[in-house]
Design a protein around this ligand. Structure first.
Ligand code: BTN
Length: 251
């Protein structure tokens, strides 16, 4: 028997535990082609050997130390034009759970990296399948560094590194899924305004002057997210919206 059990309303009620797998997002995608997994089904592994990250990167996670899982959702109330709201609620769910567990400030770096003290503690990869006007299904992949304390990259951290404590993975998993559930219900109730306000108030570098790069280095401040989920940065009294590939954060 594995140690994972979901104490939630619907996320993780059906849970496929794999001692190891290539990528939980890929396993979830395979499930969707073969069957009709229920809303909230989770695929979770303790040893992910080929984790997928954003922009074609890999997600590395030490076996048995962290959470690596994917949630299958059918956010069919969400129009394609509003699909970034799913990124917002997942990021907020993870960030809120971490605030509760750690008791320290947690930020969401656009579009959906979770940072503590400028270091990444969690990464999120959402893969949407679109129908004509709505999202048919979404695979929400979450990697959260829990008990790992050595990292190949400098800009990574974990719950254990921050607090010098060892965490029960099932407890942390439950905090995260319950928190995501709470925000997901806001989508179902149509309260998109509240979601956007919460996202902006947790956003890394919001309303602060920093250096960015996009066709050259410039100084500006993040002021908003537009309806398509682009980052709105103001520089020299002019506002421009950037896609993920169009801008990098410098310092
Ligand atoms: C990022 O680049 O920040 C996103 C990382 C997402 C990693 C998670 S781990 C569980 C799920 N399965 C994957 O293959 N990737 C996601």
């Amino acid at each position: 028997m594995h140690k994972f059990f979901a104490n939630s309303l619907f996320i993780g009620k059906k849970l496929q535990y794999l001692p190891h797998c290539h990528s939980t997002n890929k396993v979830a995608a395979e499930l969707l082609t073969k069957s009709n997994p229920p809303e909230g089904m989770v695929v979770l592994t303790e040893n992910q050997t080929a984790g997928k990250g954003q922009r074609g990167n890999h997600w590395e996670s030490e076996p048995g130390k962290n959470l690596t899982f994917s949630i299958i959702l059918y956010p069919n109330l969400l129009l394609i034009k509003d699909q970034f709201y799913l990124n917002m609620i997942i990021s907020l769910g993870v960030a809120d759970a971490l605030k509760t567990e750690l008791g320290i400030d947690v930020k969401v770096k656009w579009p959906n990296d979770i940072l503590v003290n400028d270091k990444k503690i969690s990464g999120i990869l959402i893969e949407n399948a679109l129908r004509s006007t709505a999202i048919e299904h979404a695979i929400v992949g979450i990697g959260l560094n829990v008990n790992q304390t050595m990292f190949p990259v400098e800009k990574a951290t974990s719950m254990a590194e921050l607090t010098l404590m060892n965490y029960d993975l099932n407890n942390v998993f439950n905090q995260v899924i319950q928190s995501i559930e709470k925000y997901y219900l806001l989508i179902r109730s149509g309260d998109l305004k509240r979601i956007k306000q919460a996202y902006l108030s947790n956003l890394y570098w919001i309303n602060e002057v920093h250096l960015f790069e996009s066709d050259g280095v410039f100084s500006g401040q993040i002021v908003d997210i537009d309806d398509g989920g682009k980052l709105v940065v103001e520089s020299n009294q002019q506002r421009d919206a950037y896609d993920i590939k169009e801008i990098s954060f410098l310092k």
